[in-house]
Design a protein around this ligand. Structure first.
Ligand code: NDP
Ligand code: HSE
Length: 439
């Protein structure tokens, strides 16, 4: 039997995640006590509305609207309320009163992480956040601990389940973006206001958190390049499939060496991209998440699983709770994060990538050479060109569709090529521009 005094656990929130945390804490009480070496006593659950209907397993007698009093009496506080305020204030109160805190709140960490981590360090408390990125998938602890002795060069992840579901439906059924979004809403993946997911705000927050850990560098959210999936068309999806690719919303954080354009640093970006279908990330279907990590000594690692869901996310919260509770029992310092590397965060211009550009041109002698010159003028090397020609309704003039794939170049050079093509008299229209990743 355990000897350490019972630890008082305060839960802030009893929604999708909180209700499952409460249920598992209650159902698995004796097993958790045996693992930790102390009883984990859920002493209260703060909610907004005491009369709301609760999921099965939430002990009604523990509900309260007085979060502040609950926090003051706790050893460990679990914040699964979401939002910025009052979550930020409550976490600061908990840390300042000496409690360790567990949070699933990526929006808060991506915007106020520095303040929260600095406070935790000053008072010698711990802030755990495994659930904040990719739900049930253990990715924070591997970056924070398992890979702490290695050098991470690149992280490429599918970290938003809603957008992966939408893109996967477009890929597998030929649906338009609007139809796939409607299906995601009907099935409960997308929220009534889907902006945070489809405009990639959620993925950008997660990218900032991952990059911060991987590169020991503070990554302000406004320096994460962000492009959502609303402009991905059924035609782009079909063309990608024909060419052996699939379109995914990728969160990419990578080191960029110093070059003629400037100093070394870190590039963090979220945007739709073509990825080969046989790349490990190409096989991530439905609302699943996956994070592909490239480290100098470890090589390539892939973390895959459920990126959301109440009970799945509760698993990550409880993992953090066991760690925090064990630290209480064993004593001693916990993990301290650091941003000692303090690398420069580079703009999207400095990222190295490849583009696939689809354009309509008048099919005349010399046009292909003119198009090729635009790429050459900007120092961009062409890797592939595919041409198809269609007659314009019996007229002598016909239109050619060119699909041009580039070699790797800076995003600045590649976007200059697109601007120059748009202004070139030989080009009738540019129908698709998309980055290619994973090579
Ligand atoms: P929900 O909206 O389902 O639940 C939020 C809970 O917090 C509710 O019980 C609500 O009370 C309570 N709450 C909100 N504001 C206050 C307040 N001011 N005072 C007291 N209680 C309050 O959220 P989720 O469970 O879905 O998400 C929680 C967190 O977990 C978020 O940060 C989210 O980003 C993160 N997360 C969620 C995932 C998921 O799959 N759901 C996946 C990964 C992370 P009441 O019920 O009375 O309204
Ligand atoms: N809305 C998120 C997603 C889940 O679709 O992945 C919580 O991070």
């Amino acid at each position: 039997m355990t000897e350490y005094r019972p630890l008082r656990i305060a839960l802030l929130g009893a929604g999708s995640v909180g209700a499952q945390v409460a249920r598992l804490l209650t159902e698995n009480k004796s097993e958790l006590a045996a693992r930790v070496g102390a009883e984990l006593d859920l002493v209260g659950i703060a909610v907004r509305d005491l009369n709301s209907k609760r999921a099965e397993g939430v002990p009604a007698e523990l509900l309260t609207t007085d979060a502040e009093t609950l926090i003051l009496g706790a050893d460990i506080v679990i914040e699964v309320m979401g939002g910025i305020e009052p979550a930020r204030t409550y976490i600061l109160q908990a840390l300042n009163s000496g409690s360790d805190v567990i949070t699933a709140n990526k929006a808060l960490l991506a915007t106020h992480g520095t303040e929260l981590f600095d406070t935790a360090e000053q008072v010698g408390a711990q802030l755990y956040f495994e659930a904040a990125v990719a739900g049930a998938i253990p990715i924070i602890r591997p970056l924070r601990e398992s890979l702490a002795g290695d050098k991470v060069n690149r992280i490429m992840g599918i970290v938003n389940g809603t957008t992966n579901f939408i893109l996967d439906r477009m890929d597998t059924t030929g649906a338009t973006f609007a139809d796939a979004l409607a299906e995601a809403t009907e099935l409960g993946y997308a929220e009534a206001d889907p902006t945070a997911d489809i405009e990639a705000f959620d993925a950008a927050q997660k990218a900032a958190i991952l990059a911060n850990l991987a590169f020991h560098t503070e990554v302000p959210l406004d320096q994460v390049y962000r492009e959502g999936i609303t402009k991905v068309s059924a035609e782009q999806m079909a063309a990608a499939k024909r060419d052996g690719y699939v379109i995914k919303l990728l969160a990419i954080a990578e080191r960029v060496d110093a070059d003629e354009n400037g100093e070394a640093g870190v590039s963090v970006r979220v945007h739709p991209a073509l990825i080969e279908r046989d790349h490990p990330l190409g096989a991530v279907h439905g609302a699943f998440n996956a994070v592909f990590v490239e480290a100098e000594a470890a090589g390539s690692l892939m973390f895959y699983g459920a990126g959301a869901g109440g009970v799945q996310t509760a698993s990550a919260v409880l993992g953090d709770l066991v760690s925090a509770a064990k630290r209480h029992v064993a004593g001693g310092p916990g993990l301290a994060d650091s941003v000692h590397a303090n690398l420069a965060i580079l703009p999207i211009d400095r990222a190295y990538t490849r583009y696939q550009i689809t354009l309509e041109v008048t099919d005349q002698p010399g046009i292909l050479a003119k198009i090729a010159n635009v790429f050459a003028d900007h120092g961009v090397s062409i890797e592939t060109v595919e041409q198809s020609v269609r007659q314009n309704g019996g007229k002598r003039r016909s239109t050619a569709t060119l699909e041009v794939g580039t070699h790797v170049a800076t995003d600045a050079s590649l976007s200059s090529v697109v601007k120059a093509l748009a202004a070139n008299a030989a080009v009738e229209s540019i129908t698709s521009v998309i980055r290619v990743e994973g090579i």
